[in-house]
Design a protein around this ligand. Structure first.
Ligand code: ZN
Length: 82
């Protein structure tokens, strides 16, 4: 039951105000240094190299978490994503 094709990684990113950080999931193996990407939950994020404090202080995005869980369990897909 191992699905390695749907890889993702987590990265703390600031929201549009720059004050609130969340740890979103992104498609791919790891962050490759790009300056922006769309998270699993569909938010356009500005990316930067996070500090240890960012990792510590950023709450995990529950939308990303639920999407990944539903993907892994094979249920809850409402958009017919391929
Ligand atoms: Zn998210």
């Amino acid at each position: 039951m191992e699905t390695t094709e749907r890889q993702h990684y987590w990265l703390p990113v600031p929201d549009r105000t720059g004050f609130h950080w969340h740890r979103h999931a992104f498609r791919g193996k790891h962050w490759d240094g790009r300056s922006a990407d769309t998270s699993v939950c569909g938010v356009q994020c500005a990316m930067a190299n996070p500090s240890e404090l960012d990792w510590f202080q950023s709450p995990t995005c529950s939308d990303c978490m639920e999407l990944l869980i539903s993907e892994q369990s094979g249920t809850g897909s409402t958009e017919g994503e391929q």
